[in-house]
Design a protein around this ligand. Structure first.
Ligand code: FDA
Length: 452
């Protein structure tokens, strides 16, 4: 068992932990990053499957994600835009695929009017929310006590309008059933992207990708840390007192003045804290849970949809894959589609055999793109629910009432233990940008404490 001593021990080599470690090192502090897996990046993972480079985890960057954009530029990485020439596809309640261009998808004039009215209302509500302090809004408790679905249904009895408005923050973002998330959580999700309108605008929210894959961000951040990153080191025990911390992993022990827990909050309870964490953290952490979505990758010899004048952008709250996009890699001749199967739909298809699941998902894609979608040369499902050190996708959020009840305590340190993760962020909430912001914030707090 190796024993080392550092100023700060960081648990988790995702974007948050590696950002914090780099910031601390720049400020002259010594660090050790302990990572449970045999790779860095956490929910960022670019891998080659049967010859196809796939973004198994996070990949897109939106123009407001300035912390991530700065990091990508600082690391010397290039970006490219998602393919978006041609028509998008919307599948309506009757199961017919409709092609369209522009922002509004084809629904009846009545449904369009309801969607426009509620979008305006939601934008106004979101404008009142500070994403870093959603609990501070005067109606926070009220908005946190009603489910997103119930609130929408109280505004209109137009089912198609409700389903389309709901899935933007539900299946597509928080990846939980819309009856299981509060209106306040939905508003936070939208506020973290600047507005509800931004969130539903695929050209905004799914704007750019990194050439060669987004996992290069953590890989290059780890490279800068050199031998301060230790893989295959799940931290099992964290002893703490006013004097400092001792992190005990499988193969090593790190003594430090401070610790940063840079992991998904659902995993805090995997660590034995000695002494136990206070009552507030015990309670609060139980009210956070991971969403669940399967990211489906289908690679074809050519991007056949482009020849049909389709952009690849497709969605429907009635489809198993509620959204899908052209996800072809930069400069590649082959075409890749990415689809998403979320929450209750994901539960349902995991009850099927792998072959049946693949068939059902590809059939859903074929409703958008035609029968050619049924025969990819490479097919892969990112299943983060099975990953021991993540346990879901994309991220963790509070249950009904949890955000207003506990939110303000989420980022508070406990003695020498600090918390940093995308799932605790305001701006960039549940995104890589938020992970970087949290890493920077916690590092700055520690530097201030050390210098005080
Ligand atoms: P993250 O979970 O990445 O890192 C935590 C690290 O801690 C992991 O490496 C884990 O192994 C480690 N760990 C856990 N327990 C430990 C222990 N006890 N000891 C040691 N190590 C431990 N975002 C975005 O901006 N654009 C996008 O397009 C997407 N898309 C997307 C798709 C999919 C499928 C997923 C799963 C996620 C996304 N996201 C995304 C979200 C984004 O990937 C995510 O918010 C950040 O990568 C999270 O970074 P963190 O560092 O906060 O946690």
């Amino acid at each position: 068992m190796t024993e080392i001593t550092r100023d700060v021990v960081i648990v988790g080599a995702g974007a948050a932990g590696l950002t914090a470690a780099n910031e601390l090192k720049k400020a002259g502090l010594s660090v050790a990053v302990l990572e449970a897996r045999d790779r860095v990046g956490g929910r960022l993972w670019t891998d080659t499957i049967e010859g196809a480079m796939l973004e198994i985890g996070g990949q897109w960057i939106s123009p407001d994600q300035t912390a991530l954009i700065e990091t990508v530029a600082d690391l010397g990485l290039d970006t490219f835009s998602r393919y978006r020439e041609g028509d998008s596809v919307y599948v309506g309640p009757e199961g017919t695929a409709h092609r369209f261009t522009g922002e509004m998808f084809p629904v009846s004039p009545e449904t369009e009017a309801v969607i426009a009215r509620l979008t305006e209302r939601l934008d106004a509500m979101v404008a009142e929310i500070d994403p870093d302090r959603p609990w501070a809004h005067e109606k926070a408790a009220e908005w946190d006590s009603v489910s997103w679905d119930a609130w929408l249904r109280a505004q209109t009895d137009d089912d198609e309008a409700v389903r389309n408005l709901a899935f933007a923050t539900g299946s597509a973002m928080l990846t939980k059933p819309t009856h299981a998330i509060s209106l306040l959580e939905s508003l936070l999700m939208a506020a973290s992207a600047g507005s509800y309108s931004n969130l539903v605008d695929a050209d905004f929210i799914l704007d750019k990708r990194v050439v060669g894959g987004l996992q290069q961000v953590p890989l290059l951040l780890a490279e800068r840390l050199g031998e301060d990153v230790f893989l295959n080191q799940p931290v099992r025990t964290l002893e703490w007192s006013d004097e400092g911390v001792t992190a005990v992993a499988d193969g090593m022990t790190v003594r430090a003045r401070q610790a940063i827990l840079a992991l998904a909050p659902v995993l805090y309870s995997r660590i034995s804290f000695v002494p136990a964490l206070p009552r507030l953290q015990h309670q609060m952490h139980q009210h956070l849970s991971m969403g669940f979505v399967i990211k489906v990758h289908a690679v074809y010899e050519t991007p056949f949809w482009r020849e049909k004048g389709l952009s690849g952008t497709a969605f429907s709250p009635y489809e198993l894959s509620h959204e899908a996009y052209d996800n072809s890699n930069h400069g590649e001749e082959r075409g890749t589609l990415v689809g998403f199967v979320s929450d209750l739909n994901a539960d349902g298809v995991f009850e099927l055999s792998a072959d049946e699941r693949k068939q059902r998902i590809l059939t859903s894609l074929s409703h958008y793109y035609g029968p050619e979608a049924l025969d990819p040369v490479v097919y892969y499902e990112s299943d983060w629910g099975s990953e021991e050190w993540t346990r879901g996708a994309y991220a963790a959020s509070f249950d009904l009432g949890g955000l207003s009840r506990y939110g303000k305590h989420l980022r508070s340190a406990v003695g020498p233990i600090h918390f940093a993760c995308s799932d605790l962020a305001g701006a960039g909430y549940q995104h890589v940008d938020g992970a970087i912001r949290m890493g920077r914030l916690v590092a700055a707090q520690i530097v201030d404490e050390v210098r005080a």
